[in-house]
Design a protein around this ligand. Structure first.
Ligand code: PNS
Length: 162
């Protein structure tokens, strides 16, 4: 079966943890669409265009991975891209409750797509976009966690408290 998987998120910013999930998924599915949520309930440090540009940089040269942004419901984006899989990463049990709820709601909104989870590789289990932002804003080195273009952008963008 030729399956398209959509991998939605805020990606503020995209991390090596996200990258690892997408690269592994790119071996499982014919196409992986990284879908950057343009407007999220969270305040974002980077604009939607910036978050898309970082993801495009990260997946440059990976043939079956594309990056797009979406506004509104993920269910509509999944339909638009004819995705039959909604892909999410799970780092810890604490992620599960919210993910379980979202999967249930999305099943209602887009029954033709199933949510599948990949567990994060151990070495990325502690990385999150919010921690990367916090560490960077306090003067910590985040080069192990994100692409060099993101490191540079964080250093330019975030007010330094460290
Ligand atoms: O990276 P995040 O912040 O965990 O991603 C959350 C995201 C963007 C996947 C989720 O908030 C989402 O799907 N937003 C789009 C709006 C929507 O469809 N809401 C209903 C979700 S059941």
């Amino acid at each position: 079966m030729r399956i398209t998987a959509i991998y939605p998120g805020s990606f503020d910013p995209i991390t090596h943890g996200h990258k690892d999930i997408v690269i592994r998924a790119s071996r499982l599915f014919e196409r992986v669409v990284v879908a950057v949520a343009a407007s999220t309930t969270k305040h974002t440090v980077f604009t939607s265009d910036e978050r898309v540009a970082f993801a495009q940089t990260v997946f440059d040269g990976v043939p079956n991975v594309t990056v797009c942004s979406f506004d509104g419901l993920l269910a509509d984006a999944a339909r638009e891209h004819r995705a039959s899989v909604i892909l999410r990463g799970l780092r810890a049990v604490s992620d599960f409750e919210h993910e379980f709820q979202m999967a249930g709601m999305n099943r209602k909104l887009v029954p033709e797509a199933d949510t599948l989870f990949l567990t994060t590789a151990e070495q990325y289990g502690y990385i999150s976009s919010s921690l990367v932002r916090e560490v960077a804003s306090l003067g910590g080195d985040v080069s192990e966690f994100v692409h060099p273009a993101v490191v540079e952008a964080l250093n330019r963008r975030l007010p330094r408290h460290g």
